[in-house]
Design a protein around this ligand. Structure first.
Ligand SMILES: Cc1cc2nc3c(=O)[nH]c(=O)nc-3n(C[C@H](O)[C@H](O)[C@H](O)COP(=O)(O)OP(=O)(O)OC[C@H]3O[C@@H](n4cnc5c(N)ncnc54)[C@H](O)[C@@H]3O)c2cc1C
Length: 425
């Protein structure tokens, strides 16, 4: 039954889509719906346009680059200071660093390091620039109620003043602690324990990374160390340490120094002898992974509200962008046509699960420590030995492929190698 717009559009605060939360997922969802000609409102409790998320190491993985390109945001981000990059992995037994640079031969960009102090205001500026998007900041979610005709009324608290929006589609993009997930009882389908803590800080006077590489060092004691070049001799250093090996214990009283010291343990690390800390050390002591349903009660969830995974995977921003794009793709046409949204939202939830669940389970498995070093080294040795497997591994950690797809590539390469050995013997 087509939706009757006429009566509703007379209401002052009626929109097609109301997005709760103007982080990455919410902003990309709002922009994607607006590009489809829909009227969107987006609200957030954050104070102003320059507000940004501090607790993030902001590497935008390869899997999300098509979404940025589709929305025409890639070039603008580069102009705003984002740094083109490509991941390289230093294992205990060699480098996983196939040939090629941040841009491939066709000129396609692999990944971006973009500080949230740049990214979040950049997205906000695009929301402000769209005549179809109504932005409300310093506005906290109060309640959401569904009417018999399927529309939602959302109530906000803006500094004590109440404001209501009515919408056909309510999008939950209110982050890891999602109030909407609680209200709509969108419980965790998966909770994954995380055996590592995280500490990171910004540094200046660091050397440029060769070929714009973001360096991921796999440590001998289950630690994972990251070097993110940010341009202009600036970099972010991050250490994901097993809980029994806390970073601060290495050099009491100087956590930033301890962060640099971690790199000294690894040969071929960037030269950090002149590095100057340029921020506080941020991080967490625990961060379990959570995966929820893509929709509950007809409300689609995007970003951390739907799925908040171990930050060591560096995938949350990319996944938020992809979910937002997927949602607009599934529901946009039905919204524009005034059709019932039940089936499109259900399709989004199915697609969400099919795409993200295998990746989420793989990431949660990586959060656990104590696996056999001998097995890990043997796997890494094989990957390092074959350029095709190196590419396949980067596709896995760039979240382009699932752990299952990587395993198949790994096993196929192993079979081919054995056949070749037998044939040549
Ligand atoms: C240490 C760390 C490092 C990370 N590094 C990376 C990385 O390198 N790469 C990567 O891709 N991801 C990384 N992530 C994950 C990434 O930060 C998140 O996945 C991403 O920010 C999710 O975006 P979002 O829009 O879903 O949520 P958020 O960015 O959290 O946005 C949610 C928004 O909702 C608003 N909100 C919440 N509740 C309410 C309410 N009641 N009323 C009004 N507004 C509300 C908030 O103010 C916020 O602006 C990292 C995370 C951590 C913790």
């Amino acid at each position: 039954m087509p939706f009757q717009r006429m009566g509703l559009s007379m209401e002052p605060n009626f929109v097609d889509v109301f997005v709760m939360g103007a982080g990455i997922g919410g902003s990309i969802a709002a922009l994607s719906f607006a590009r489809r000609g829909l009227r969107v409102a987006i609200a957030d409790k954050k104070a102003g346009d320059a507000s940004y998320k501090l607790l993030c190491t902001h590497c935008i993985q390869p899997v999300a680059m098509p979404v940025l390109r589709k929305l025409g945001l890639e070039q603008g981000l580069l102009a705003a200071g984002a740094v083109p990059t490509k991941m390289a992995v230093r294992t205990r037994v060699g480098m996983i660093d196939p040939p090629g640079h941040a841009y491939d031969a066709a000129g396609t960009l692999s990944a971006l390091n973009v500080e949230r102090r740049l990214l979040d205001p950049y997205l906000m500026a695009h929301l402000r620039a769209s005549s179809r998007v109504d932005v409300r900041l310093a506005a906290a979610f109060v309640s959401a109620d569904r009417a018999a005709d399927g529309t939602w009324t959302v109530e906000l608290d803006a500094d004590g003043a109440r404001e209501r929006f009515r919408c056909r589609l309510l999008v939950a993009a209110d982050g890891r602690g999602s109030q909407l997930a609680r209200q709509l009882d969108n419980r965790a389908l998966m909770r994954g324990e995380n055996d590592r803590t995280c500490s990171f800080a910004y540094f200046e006077d660091v050397p440029a990374a060769p070929h714009d590489r973001t360096l991921y060092i796999v440590g001998a004691h289950d630690e994972a160390i990251f070097y993110y070049p940010l341009g202009r001799r600036r970099a972010l250093l991050a250490a994901f340490m097993p809980k029994h090996l806390p970073l601060a214990g290495r050099t009491p009283g100087d956590r930033a120094r301890a962060l640099v010291d971690v790199f000294l343990d690894y040969p071929q690390s960037p030269d950090l002898s002149r590095a100057r800390v340029a921020s506080d050390v941020h991080g967490y002591l625990d961060y379990p992974s959570v995966l929820r349903h893509g929709a509950a009660e007809g409300v689609p969830f995007v970003g951390d509200a739907a799925m908040s995974l171990d930050p060591m995977s560096g995938s949350g921003c990319a996944f938020a962008m992809i979910a937002a794009d997927m949602l607009a793709d599934e529901v946009g046409a039905a919204l524009a046509a005034g059709d019932d949204l039940t089936a499109p939202v259900a399709r989004y939830a199915e697609r969400f699960h099919a795409f993200f669940a295998p990746r989420a389970h793989g990431i949660a498995a990586d959060s656990r420590i104590g696996k056999s070093q001998t097995t890990i080294d043997a796997v890494h040795r094989q990957i390092c030995a074959e350029p095709a497997l190196q590419q396949a591994f980067l596709a896995l950690i760039g979240r382009l492929t699932t752990p299952g797809e990587f395993q198949r590539a790994f096993l196929t390469a192993g079979s081919k190698r054995r056949v070749a050995e037998v044939t040549s013997a």
